[in-house]
Ligand binder design. Structure first.
Ligand code: GLC
Length: 523
């Protein structure tokens, strides 16, 4: 047993769907762990790692030693009766791109396996430690970067074709963050590995700060960006990336609800990709890249925009679709990515497990129930398609394979997490010490878009002016801070459950004039 092919649809050409993808294997691996079959997962983890050592060439170019395989296939030799694995590192994939996400899924899976079996025997093995070290040495190496995020080529993640995801796509950044946190827990804290733990400790706060400051969008942020001044210079500017407000697409003003927010798709100099990417946002919730408050805001957005983001089939990988001229320029006229199809606004049943896990983590049982009902109504009858087309996700995708493995395993995992939320522990991480102080700045401050860095340590210099000011502010706000720390208990006390619908929740809001309690309706 060496793996699970992407699809078993004999009615259409296999292309590379008869290969075993690490990415596609992840939900199956979770299903195996949840049903107490960890041996299969262990075999795949070790097998993919061993393949890392194979020769990697794309034409005349040799790839980095640390790159993980994109997929592999079993080749049978009918003459000798032997079998061998043929490995692809992106060299035979469309667009010839190395998928970056595979390495991160591998680390995340290693942590899930460790958690499931309750001991570190596998992760502490020298070869697994080496595997993590190789991946980390690749993504934590020093380069020309100005940002703590990872610079990527188009098509390096689940969306593996040209779709304007080059730069700093949210899916990769969220997976990078999650893999760093998992690796920190799994790496031995002695010998050679110590240096990697130190590098992770240094990178995580910077990455958290960058993502939370520059990728987050809600109604207020949108208004700020809409009023951005441009061509600013030096360190105190608000519009750090010189984003021109006219580049805000029209659809966003209609789409953005008053309640809720999300991590936008990509941020780089002069560019904000405002599209919604489901995987990146759900992984941000699971990894706690978002604060608790913002995780709830993402779920609020999904709820408010249910018809757009979920429709008839949970759920769209990207919203909205690129159309006409934009489609031509961004996708390079890709007919598989026609508007509201495949990656371009198509609905992917595999995302059901991510939606379910994020909903369970944020306490939205009704959302889970409705999403599962939608999927159950159609997926089996339609023979587990890879994706659905159309604005509402009503049609089986034009080139969609049937009997797609991760559509099935995604559903199985979603169902199991819904029935036993304790299973969420396999893929959910706490905020822990990387948590940003959840206090947001007063709305009247112009620099609200760029809050303080996550680790504020005035104690480093107790006599500095900053330290004195900080201590005065702390004294002045002590009662409010106490209230803030008790916010979880407030929430519990004020939750009213009526016919399974939670009616109210309390938030303690920071405003320019102080703090206030507010009540809002909730799913
Ligand atoms: C498609 C998807 C990719 C997946 C592959 C195999 O190319 O975009 O994410 O891994 O199919 O299912």
């Amino acid at each position: 047993m060496v793996g699970i092919p992407a699809a078993l649809d004999h009615s259409s050409g296999a292309l590379n769907y008869d290969q075993v993808f690490v990415r596609d294997f992840f939900p199956s691996a979770l299903a195996f762990l949840m049903t107490e079959k960890p041996e299969i997962v262990k075999k795949i983890l070790l097998r993919t790692f061993r393949l890392q050592a194979s020769e990697k060439r794309v034409d005349c170019f040799t790839l980095g030693q640390c790159v993980m395989p994109a997929s592999f296939k079993v080749l049978h030799n009918p003459v000798t009766g032997s079998e061998k694995l043929s490995t692809d590192f992106g060299g035979s994939a469309i667009g010839r791109v190395v998928p970056i996400d595979f390495s991160f899924w591998w680390i995340i899976l290693l942590r899930a396996y460790t958690k499931a079996i309750g001991n570190c025997d596998l992760s502490q093995r020298e070869d697994c430690q080496r595997g993590m070290k190789l991946i980390l040495s690749l993504c934590l190496s020093e380069g020309f970067d100005t940002f703590p995020t990872l610079l990527c080529a188009n098509g390096c993640c689940m969306i593996d074709r040209r779709m304007g995801t080059y730069g700093y796509p949210i899916e990769i950044q969220a997976l990078f963050f999650m893999a760093l946190k998992c690796a920190r827990d799994l790496l031995k804290a002695d010998g050679d590995w110590k240096i990697y733990i130190a590098l992770i400790e240094k990178r995580l706060p910077a990455l958290t700060y960058h993502m939370r400051s520059h990728f987050w969008l809600n109604h207020e942020q949108l208004n700020d960006i809409y009023r951005f001044k441009t061509e600013e210079y030096l360190y105190t500017v608000v519009n750090k990336f010189n984003v021109i407000p006219e580049s805000i697409p029209d659809w966003l003003f209609d789409f953005m609800p008053r309640k809720g927010g999300y991590f936008i798709g990509n941020v780089s100099p002069g560019r904000m990709d405002f599209r919604w990417f489901a995987a990146g946002n759900c992984i941000s919730i699971l990894s706690s890249l978002t604060t608790r408050e913002r995780s709830l805001a993402i779920m609020d957005l999904i709820e408010e925009k249910w018809q757009d983001l979920v429709g008839e089939m949970p759920m769209k990988a990207v919203f909205p679709a690129l159309e006409s001229h934009e489609w031509r320029i961004v996708t390079g006229c890709d007919p598989k990515n026609n508007p509201w199809s495949y990656h371009n606004g198509g609905s992917w049943p595999v995302l059901l497990w991510l939606l379910t896990a994020a909903s369970v983590k944020t306490g939205r049982p009704r959302m889970v129930k409705i999403a599962l009902e939608l999927a159950e109504r159609r997926m089996g009858k339609d023979e587990w398609p890879e994706y659905y087309d159309g604005r509402d996700g009503c049609y089986i995708g034009k080139q969609s394979r049937k009997m797609q493995t991760w559509s099935m395993s995604g559903y199985v995992v979603a169902r199991m997490i819904a029935e036993d939320p304790s299973l969420l522990g396999l893929i959910s991480l706490d905020e822990g010490k990387d948590m940003n102080p959840t206090l947001s700045r007063a709305t009247s401050l112009p620099s609200r878009l760029f809050p303080d860095p996550p680790r504020y340590t005035p104690a480093d210099n107790p006599t500095s002016l900053t330290s004195i000011c900080a201590s005065m502010v702390r004294k002045r706000f002590r009662p409010f801070l106490a209230l803030f720390r008790m916010r979880k208990h407030f929430r519990c006390l004020t939750r009213v459950n009526l016919l399974g619908i939670r009616l109210f929740f309390t938030t303690i809001k920071c405003t320019s004039t102080g703090y206030s309690l507010s009540f809002s309706p909730r799913f």
